[in-house]
Design a protein around this ligand. Structure first.
Ligand code: G3P
Length: 233
């Protein structure tokens, strides 16, 4: 059951039990460092990130699965539904945590329905409208990935899309989880929390910034100085 707290007439604030945090990376060093915090729930990759990492895809996925016991998105590179299904089934066999990432195309959604019927989890990616998100939900997607940063880049309202999808999914009872992607800064994370995103997938750089606040740093410095000066323990 979703819980909403009314904070002002006409507005609502989503009160989630949890918003999961994924790392959006294919760099083993970054994933290792994030995993060491014990605060990472999963990993998303895409063909560009994997190409940049330069490690053979299946080897990379196996290594990531050793580091994080949670959903690991692996994107297909075939463009026709049949090819996506063949490639996805092979990837899904690598580990129980592999989630097959599919593009938001007719073929992607056709493959999505096949995977859903086979009990294989999916992440439908490259979502830029609430109507696309509705179609992915109808295909049984486990996750929908709206790209907020790329919408901001072209002068559109990335986070507005998250609110629209949340409203659509709640209104009609779609179970697909909103995985906020293309996050560029910590304020995207804050807005995801306020709007009821189910998951935020963060570049490692943004993950590192999550705790940063100048008043936290200066406050701790002052506490330590006062403690040292008092010589009480
Ligand atoms: O993995 C998908 C998404 O997060 C890509 O982000 O920064 O390339 O728009 P970006």
């Amino acid at each position: 059951m979703r819980l909403w707290a009314l904070d002002a007439p006409g507005s609502r604030e989503y009160c989630p039990g949890t918003m999961k945090l994924f790392i959006d990376s294919a760099e083993i060093k970054e994933i290792e460092a994030a995993a060491r915090t014990g605060l990472i729930d999963g990993v998303t990759t895409n063909p560009s990130l994997v190409a940049k990492a330069g490690v053979p895809f299946e080897t990379l996925l196996q290594r990531i699965c050793e580091l994080i016991d949670g959903p690991i998105s692996a994107e297909v590179t075939e463009l026709q539904a049949d090819g996506m299904v063949t490639q996805g089934r092979k990837l899904a066999k690598l580990n129980k945590n592999i989630v097959i990432k599919l593009p938001l195309t007719w073929d992607g959604l056709k493959a999505c329905r096949t995977f859903t019927d086979e009990g294989i989890k999916t992440n439908v990616t490259l979502c830029f409208t609430a109507v696309q998100a509705m179609m992915a939900a109808k295909a049984g997607a486990t996750y929908i990935s709206p790209f907020v940063g790329r919408l901001d880049d072209i002068g559109q309202d990335g986070m507005g899309l998250i609110g629209d999808i949340r409203q659509c999914y709640d209104q009609y009872g779609y179970k697909t989880q909103i995985l906020v992607a293309s996050i560029r800064h910590v304020d995207h994370v804050r807005q995801s929390l306020a709007l009821g995103g189910d998951v935020g997938t963060l570049p490692y750089k943004v993950f590192q910034q999550l705790l940063s606040h100048p008043l936290t740093d200066s406050g701790l410095t002052k506490f330590m100085e006062d403690w040292k000066t008092a010589k009480l323990g």
